[in-house]
Design a protein around this ligand. Structure first.
Ligand code: NAI
Length: 332
């Protein structure tokens, strides 16, 4: 049974081929993103395609997939803002995702970004390699005793809260569905605006939806403490990059760590070291000494990739072979 993988990298092949020993599917790995330009590469009669965060499953793309006989779209990620689920439903295509795969991988990366920024280890690393052991410019701040605001306390946000509580931080959260266990553990839920006003560090762990695009915009930044640190490992368009850049220029935002970026599909997961990057916004962001950018790598651990391959292949098998489908994976 053929499965076409889009946006496939060497590590995807490694983990999926290993998992495929259980199933014996015929995987075809394409490096390119799925979009209108390439959807015709899917051969007629292909039952399943497997996609990632920057593949664009618009109504137009889904209509072509349906005409080619595709029955299953398997997202090998948790977020699904890039798929037109109504179009999939209208064509009777089943859509599944990996609802949870090592939420700690993403939470720990958010913490890594925070610790890099507050202790400037990225600068220290380069400096000592040049035998410069001076401490000037490396002054950091303690996380202990700071107020950390967490937006979204699902699987990843919960893991992040637990780590921050362990650091001795005061943890405030906003989520329309507060988590009782977290509250018992010491997390205090407050309205969104109050979390913004109180937080020394703000970390985003909610999904991107049509309602919360640019959740962090000029108005939100205005409400934040001067000197705030903002971490986004969720989805790029939760931040209005232009407004955040203004916030950095004015010094209102003291540190920014982003693993996601609103225009990331043109950049991330590619080696562009010899290319001229036309995106001035990311170039400006990367020019700030107090900004750390990673290229959507928060999920990228052994444990997470193994779980992604396991759950995705199991879902494809279940959906294509009429078996009962595991709880939580179906979107349409
Ligand atoms: P989840 O579904 O377990 O939790 C999301 C939480 O956000 C829920 O509790 C929900 O009530 C809350 N929420 C929804 N809208 C909100 C809003 N406007 N304000 C505050 N809270 C809101 O999702 P999970 O697994 O924790 O993942 C969160 C996000 O992390 C994903 O949607 C995805 O965008 C991102 N992600 C990033 C990865 C990376 O490698 N950088 C990897 C995996 C996920």
């Amino acid at each position: 049974m053929k499965v076409v993988f889009f946006s496939a990298k060497q590590y995807d092949k490694q983990f999926f081929n290993r998992e495929n020993e259980k199933y014996g599917f015929a995987p075809e790995y394409l490096e390119t993103h799925l979009g209108p330009h390439i959807v015709n590469a899917v051969e007629n009669g292909t039952p399943a395609v497997c996609v990632f965060v920057n593949d664009k499953l618009t109504a137009e793309v889904i209509a072509v997939l349906a005409a080619k006989g595709v029955k299953v779209i398997a997202l090998r990620c948790a977020g699904f803002n890039n798929v037109d689920l109504d179009a999939a439903k209208a064509h009777g295509i089943r859509v599944c995702r990996v609802p949870a795969y090592s939420p700690e991988a993403v939470a720990e990366h958010a913490v890594a970004m925070l610790l890099t920024l507050n202790r400037k280890t990225h600068k220290a690393y380069n400096r000592v390699r040049e035998q410069n052991f001076s401490l000037n410019g490396l002054l950091g701040f303690n996380l202990y005793g700071k107020t950390v605001g967490v937006i979204g306390t699902g699987k990843i946000g919960r893991a992040f809260c637990r780590i921050m509580l362990g650091f001795g931080c005061r943890v405030l959260a906003f989520d329309p569905y507060p988590d009782e266990a977290l509250e018992k553990g010491g997390v205090v839920y407050l309205p969104f605006g109050e979390v913004l006003r109180e937080a020394d560090v703000l970390s985003l762990h909610c999904p991107l939806t049509p309602d919360n695009k640019y959740l962090i915009n000029r108005e939100a930044i205005r409400q934040m403490k001067k000197g705030v640190t903002v971490i986004n490992t969720s989805r790029g368009a939760l931040l209005n990059t232009h407004d955040v850049t203004e916030g950095l220029k004015s010094g209102h935002i003291a540190y920014l760590g982003i693993d996601v970026y609103e225009q990331e599909e043109k950049l991330f997961f590619k080696d562009l070291s010899a290319a001229i990057i036309e995106d001035d916004m990311i170039q400006r962001l990367m020019s700030f000494p107090n900004v750390l950018v990673t290229g959507h790598q928060a999920f990228f651990t052994e444990e997470a990739l193994s779980q992604i391959a396991e759950i995705t292949m199991r879902s494809i098998d279940q959906l294509c072979n009429g078996k009962p489908v595991s709880e939580g994976v179906l979107l349409a």
